[in-house]
Write a protein that binds this ligand. Structure first.
Ligand code: F6R
Length: 598
C-alpha cells in the first residue's frame, strides 16, 4: 500500500527521499510528502496526486550538509486523499510517517482531548501521543517506547522530532520496514528498491521491534530489551525488488492476499461483532432488498455477496452485470440498497449503473479499492477494500478483499438477529482467512507440476454450487484471461441441462468440492461427468476417487475458508498454465486494467 523512506546523513536528503518515493510509485498512492530536519529547522512539503506535484513544490529547497528526513506516499484508508491527510503528519515539534492502520486511534484521540487534530487520519494520533508522552517523561526514547506500546493494529513508523533533531525513531508491526546502512549513513524504506545503490547492508525489522537511529548508530529494541541484529548485504536488483522477488506482479499479488486481507478486516472485525464506520442505522433504514452491480471479477465477487447476504442477513439480494443492467430498463425500487463493486472505481458500465440508481433516488454504496475514484465520489457511502494497488491485469487480491467486504457486510446486516453461536462462528472463520489465503510451497509446487497436463484440450468447465458457483466463474475467468484457453464457469447442477453433451476426455472439469457446503450434491454432479469420461481435476479437502487429478485443500470448518483456499488454487493454476504457454501473465493480450469505455 503506502511507501516509506527515511535518511540520516550528509548526502542530498531531498534527492534521496524523492528518488526513493519514485521507486515506490509502482505500489500506488494518491498523495505524498517529505519532512526534513536540518540545522534545527523543520521543513515539510506535501502534495496530492502525482509525485511530480511534490517535486514541483519542493523545487527551491536546497538540502546540503547533515540532516534527517522522512518521506511517504499515501494510499488513502482513513480520510480522503487531501494535503492535510497526506503524511508526514505533524505535532507541535515532531513529524511522523506511517504505513498500516492504527486500530485504536479513536480511543487514543479521545484520550488526547487537549491536542488539536488537523487531519482525518489514524496516523496523526501517533505524533500527538509521542509529544504528550515526552512532556510527561522528558526523554524521547522513553516517550517513543511508550507510544509504540499503546498502538494497536499494524504499523511501520518513522518519526523525527526537534527534541532529538539528529535521530529517526522507528517501529514495525505488521507492515514492512527495512533499515539499511553504509558507514555513517542510515537509510529506511518499506521495500528494497529505494535502498538499492545506497545501503550496503540491510536488516528487515521484525514485528514488535522498534528503535532509534542517528549518525553511524542504530539501536534496536524488543520491548525494553536492546537487541543486536545481523545486517545482510543488499544484493537484489531493482526489477526483482519491485516484484518482491516474484516472477510476475500477479504472483506477488496472489501471495500478498494473506496480508492484505488483514488490512481489509482491520478495525472492522471485532471480537463480538462487525463494525463498519462507513454505515449507520439511519442510512440502512427502510432498506428491504439489495441489488449488486459490477463487471468481470467484481461481478463474481458481487454474486458471492448476494448469496452471503441472503444466507446470513435474510435480505433478498441479487447481482447483475453492469453492462446488462444499464440497458434492460430495470425496475428500481426505492427500498433497494444499490451496491456497486469496482477495483478501479472507474469502470464505465459500473459508473453508469450507479448514476442510474442515484437518479432514481436509491441509496448507494460502493465497494472499491481506489479512494477518490469516480465511483467513490459519486456513491453515498463507500467501503474501501484496502487491497493496495493491483498491477496484474488479472485481478486477484482485489477479488478476495471484495468478497471479504461483502462477507463482513452480510454479517453486519445480520448481526442483530443472528444467534450468538452463529455469529461467533462467522467471526472466528473470518479471523482464520489470512491462513486460508497463505500459499504453501508444497501446494504451489504441486499446482506447477499439474499444470503441464492442462495445456490443450477443447475446453475447461469450472463447476461449483452456491457460492462456489461464482467462484467457479472467477476460476474460469482467470484461466481464459491469461492462458487464452476456453473456459466456462457453470453451476454444477446445471451441467446435465446441456453442457454435459461436451463431456469427453479432452474436456477438463475443474470441480470445486467443499466439504462444508452441499458436498453430496456436487459429488453426484461430478460423478455424472466422470461417467461420461470427462477429465476431472477435483479441488477438495475430501479424497475423491473418480478424479483424474486431485488438489487437496485443508480440512476447514467453514465453507468460506474453503472458498478462499480454492480461490488461491485456481489463481495459481491459471498462472502456471499461462506461464507454461509462454504468455505475458501481467499484461495479457487485448485486456486493460481499467475499462473506462463502454
Ligand atoms: C478480471 C478483471 C476484470 C475486472 C473488470 C471490472 O481479472 O480484472 O474482469 O474485474 O474489468 O473492473 P473494476 O473492478 O475495476 O470495476
Amino acid at each position: 500500500m503506502c511507501g516509506i523512506v527515511g535518511y540520516i546523513g550528509e548526502r542530498d536528503i531531498k534527492k534521496f527521499l524523492l528518488e526513493g518515493l519514485k521507486e515506490l510509485e509502482y505500489r500506488g498512492y494518491d498523495s505524498a510528502g517529505i519532512a526534513i530536519l536540518q540545522e534545527g529547522k523543520l521543513l515539510i512539503f506535501k502534495a496530492v496526486g502525482k509525485l511530480e506535484n511534490l517535486i514541483q513544490k519542493a523545487k527551491d529547497l536546497k538540502t546540503e550538509g547533515f540532516g534527517v528526513g522522512i518521506g511517504h506516499t499515501r494510499w488513502a484508508t482513513h480520510g480522503k486523499p487531501t494535503e492535510l491527510n497526506a503524511h508526514p503528519q505533524m505535532g507541535e515539534f515532531s513529524y511522523v510517517v506511517h504505513n498500516g492502520i492504527i486500530e485504536n486511534f479513536k480511543e487514543i484521540k479521545s484520550f488526547l482531548k487537549e491536542k488539536q487534530f488537523l487531519s482525518q487520519t489514524d496516523t496523526e494520533v501517533i505524533v500527538h501521543l509521542f509529544e504528550k508522552n515526552l512532556e510527561e517523561l522528558g526523554n524521547p526514547k522513553e516517550a517513543f517506547k511508550r507510544t509504540v506500546k499503546t498502538l494497536k493494529g499494524a504499523y511501520a513508523i518513522l518519526l523525527i522530532t526537534k527534541a532529538d533533531p539528529n535521530s529517526i525513531y522507528f517501529a514495525k508491526k505488521g507492515s514492512p520496514l527495512i533499515v539499511g546502512r553504509d558507514k555513517d549513513e542510515v537509510f529506511f524504506s518499506s521495500s528494497d528498491s529505494p535502498l538499492i545503490g545506497y545501503a550496503k547492508e540491510v536488516y528487515y525489522l521484525e514485528d514488535g521491534e522498534w528503535g532509534v537511529a542517528s549518525k553511524g548508530k542504530i539501536e534496536i529494541f524488543e520491548g525494553s530489551k536492546r537487541v543486536e541484529r545481523e545486517f545482510k548485504p543488499l544484493t537484489i536488483n531493482k526489477e526483482l525488488a519491485q516484484k518482491g522477488g516474484y516472477r510476475f506482479f500477479m504472483e506477488k499479488e496472489i501471495y500478498e492476499q494473506s496480508d492484505v486481507i488483514i488490512d481489509t478486516m482491520m478495525g472492522r472485525v471485532k471480537e463480538d461483532r462487525i463494525e463498519l464506520e462507513e454505515l449507520d442505522k439511519e442510512f440502512l433504514e427502510g432498506v428491504e432488498n439489495i441489488k449488486i452491480c459490477a463487471c468481470g471479477t467484481s461481478y463474481n465477487a458481487g454474486l458471492t455477496g448476494a448469496y452471503l447476504i441472503e444466507k446470513l442477513a435474510k435480505i433478498p439480494a441479487n447481482a447483475e452485470i453492469a453492462s446488462e443492467f444499464r440497458y434492460k430498463e430495470p425496475v428500481l425500487l426505492n427500498n433497494t440498497l444499490f451496491i456497486v463493486i469496482s477495483q478501479s472505481g472507474e469502470t464505465a458500465d459500473t459508473l453508469e449503473a450507479l448514476k442510474m440508481a442515484k437518479s432514481e433516488g436509491l441509496k448507494t454504496l460502493a465497494i472499491c479499492n481506489v479512494d477518490n475514484s469516480s465511483i467513490v465520489r459519486l456513491a453515498d457511502r463507500t467501503i474501501l477494500t484496502r487491497a493496495g494497488i493491483e498491477k496484474g491485469v488479472a485481478s486477484t487480491k482485489a477479488f478476495t478483499t471484495q468478497v471479504m467486504v461483502l462477507w463482513m457486510l452480510a454479517l453486519y446486516l445480520a448481526q442483530e438477529n443472528l444467534k450468538k453461536e452463529l455469529k461467533e462462528n462467522e467471526l472466528k472463520a473470518m479471523t482464520k482467512t489470512p491462513l486460508a489465503l497463505k500459499v504453501s510451497t508444497s501446494l504451489h509446487e504441486r499446482i506447477k507440476r499439474l499444470s503441464k497436463r492442462y495445456l490443450h484440450g477443447h475446453g475447461f468447465f469450472f463447476i461449483g454450487r452456491d457460492i462456489f458457483y461464482p467462484l467457479a466463474l472467477e476460476g474460469a475467468l482467470k484461466l481464459k484471461e491469461i492462458s487464452y484457453l476456453h473456459a466456462e464457469g457453470y453451476p454444477a447442477g446445471e451441467m446435465k441441462h446441456g453442457p454435459i453433451a461436451l463431456a469427453d476426455p479432452e474436456l477438463f472439469t475443474i470441480a470445486l468440492m467443499p466439504k462444508n457446503l452441499l458436498y453430496e450434491k456436487i459429488k453426484s454432479n461430478v460423478e455424472e461427468l466422470s461417467a461420461r469420461d470427462s477429465t476431472i481435476c477435483a479441488i477438495s479437502p475430501v479424497e475423491f476417487e473418480l478424479a483424474d487429478d486431485f488438489i487437496k485443500v485443508n480440512n476447514a470448518t467453514h465453507y468460506m475458508l474453503e472458498y478462499y483456499e480454492m480461490a488461491v488454487v485456481m489463481q495459481l493454476l491459471a498462472m502456471e498454465i499461462a506461464i507454461r504457454l509462454g504468455n505475458d501473465v501481467d499484461m495479457p493480450r487485448n485486456l486493460a486494467k481499467s475499462v473506462t469505455v463502454e
